[in-house]
Design a binder for this molecule. Structure first.
Ligand SMILES: Nc1ncnc2c1ncn2[C@@H]1O[C@H](COP(=O)(O)OP(=O)(O)OP(=O)(O)O)[C@@H](O)[C@H]1O
Ligand SMILES: [Mg+2]
Length: 257
């Protein structure tokens, strides 16, 4: 399987005048094309820091991140922005839809920013909207649609330029359980039908159970790399619950870190 992401001995320290926080101690893993992965771990374990380093929003202190054969620390700011635009897609918790534009214009704007030729944009928005069942709300404004529909639009927008890797930090954080389920089914559909590689940070085992692999982070290290591909939803939930339960037994398995 072709590797889309390779993280190699990543370390991240936050330093201020009177304080040093080691957010990532030593993280290595690889993700193959088309994988659907979740990152779990307790609050403060380093999940967002890891995602921010991969998405070029933050810079690692040590180590390497390769995306599709490009090592990120070798890029200057301008190249990083271009790389991000062309290769990465994001699903934000607060949707990031512009209120003064219709759903169609929001998605089109994302494609204009990605420098997709104008002649191709209308057709692409129409095709992808049909695929994800949002054609009926294309002419509406964000304030005229529900939270779940907004999040579905945000998914369509994230995938509209066919990025190599889609990332989301707690995408269901602002949704109720019904809309979380709809969103996860939409994200799973992105993975199944388009084969997009997806990396989701979550603290929710239900969200994680939609994915095929879970990296569990503890104290800035990978505590467990749980492969769940091919398992039933129930079996996935059982394994994830066991993993969570281990964290609450005395000391967990910190000896294997
Ligand atoms: N900009 C920063 N400056 C200093 N310390 C930071 C900064 N950002 C995060 N940290 C610290 O790094 C550690 C990891 O934080 P991070 O945000 O990655 O955790 P998280 O796993 O995403 O937590 P949560 O589940 O609460 O979102 C924490 O101890 C946090 O306090
Ligand atoms: Mg976080």
């Amino acid at each position: 399987m072709k590797e889309v992401l390779n993280v190699n001995h990543l370390k991240k320290r936050y330093e201020s005048e009177d304080n040093i926080t080691i957010a990532l101690q030593d993280i290595s893993f690889a993700i193959g094309e088309g994988e659907f992965i979740s990152i779990m771990g307790a609050s403060g374990s380093g999940k967002t820091t890891l995602l921010n380093c991969i998405s070029t929003i933050d810079e690692a202190t040590e180590g390497e991140i390769w995306i599709n054969g490009t090592e990120l620390s070798g890029l200057n700011e301008e190249d990083k922005a271009k790389f991000r635009r062309e290769n990465l897609g994001f699903i934000f918790q607060d949707y990031n839809l512009l209120d003064t534009l219709t759903v169609e214009e929001n998605i089109s704007l994302a494609l204009i920013i990605k420098q997709i030729p104008k002649s191709k944009i209308k057709e692409r928005v129409s095709n992808i909207s049909e695929q994800f069942g949002i054609q009926h709300i294309l002419k509406k404004y964000p304030y005229e649609i529900s939270g779940g529909e907004k999040q579905r639009c945000a998914c369509v927008r994230a995938v509209s330029h066919w990025p190599q890797l889609i990332m989301a930090d707690e995408p269901t954080g602002a949704l109720d359980s019904g809309n979380s389920r709809i969103l996860m089914e939409t994200i799973k559909q992105l993975n199944d039908s388009i084969g997009t590689t997806i990396l989701i940070v979550t603290h929710d085992i239900i969200v994680s159970s939609y994915t095929d692999r879970t990296l569990y982070i503890k104290d800035g290290r990978i505590y467990e790399d749980l492969n769940m591909k091919g398992l039933s939803a129930d079996e996935k939930l059982k394994r994830l619950m066991n993993l969570e339960a281990e964290q609450h037994t005395e000391g967990g398995r910190s000896d294997v870190c």
